[in-house]
Design a protein around this ligand. Structure first.
Ligand code: CU
Length: 165
């Protein structure tokens, strides 16, 4: 079909090229995909944010902290299985490998939102700032998604709400 219609095919190619450069200009060295925050029930103390970071450079990019004006404390966390139960522990830094990706996802690494002042409700959004080791800030707006938001590994995460001591 596209062979008969060179005009459309050309415009498609131009469009793809423009999309590529638009993305490239927006995130020259790192980009964010599939960012979301999980909705929380009333009274929950903590929530969690998930996203995927893609490093477009030939050097590792390290993030040393996260923060939000809307949330008292934000930490990088990891899940760990210990004696058959899941525990969470703080992670000091996150390294996105050169030309690679780092995924925060349920049951694994996550960004812990601590001391919530009000529930995170579907339709709201949270602005997070991730700080790189070089001091640069990456600002991300994350929509709040319902608990059923599809992402692999979700079942492991069902008891995430509170920290186990
Ligand atoms: Cu956590």
């Amino acid at each position: 079909m596209y062979i008969k219609n060179h005009g459309n095919y050309f415009m498609l190619a131009v469009g793809l090229l423009m999309a590529f450069f638009a993305n490239f200009a927006l995130a020259a060295d790192i980009s964010v995909e599939q960012a979301f925050v999980r909705a929380t029930p009333p009274g929950a103390a903590n929530g969690a944010a998930y996203l995927q970071l893609r490093n477009h450079t030939g050097k590792d990019i390290v993030f040393v902290s996260a923060s939000s004006r809307q949330i008292p404390r934000v930490e990088f966390h990891q899940h760990q299985q210990k004696h058959g139960t899941m525990h969470m522990m703080q992670v000091r830094e996150i390294s996105v490998p050169a030309n690679g990706e780092f995924h925060f996802m349920p049951g694994q690494h996550h960004i812990m939102l601590m001391g919530l002042l009000s529930p995170l409700s579907e339709g709201d959004s949270i602005r997070l700032q991730l700080m790189r080791a070089n001091g640069e800030l990456l600002e991300i707006d994350l929509p709040v998604k319902p608990v059923g938001h599809p992402i692999s590994g979700y079942s492991v995460h069902s008891s995430h709400g509170e920290h186990k001591q």
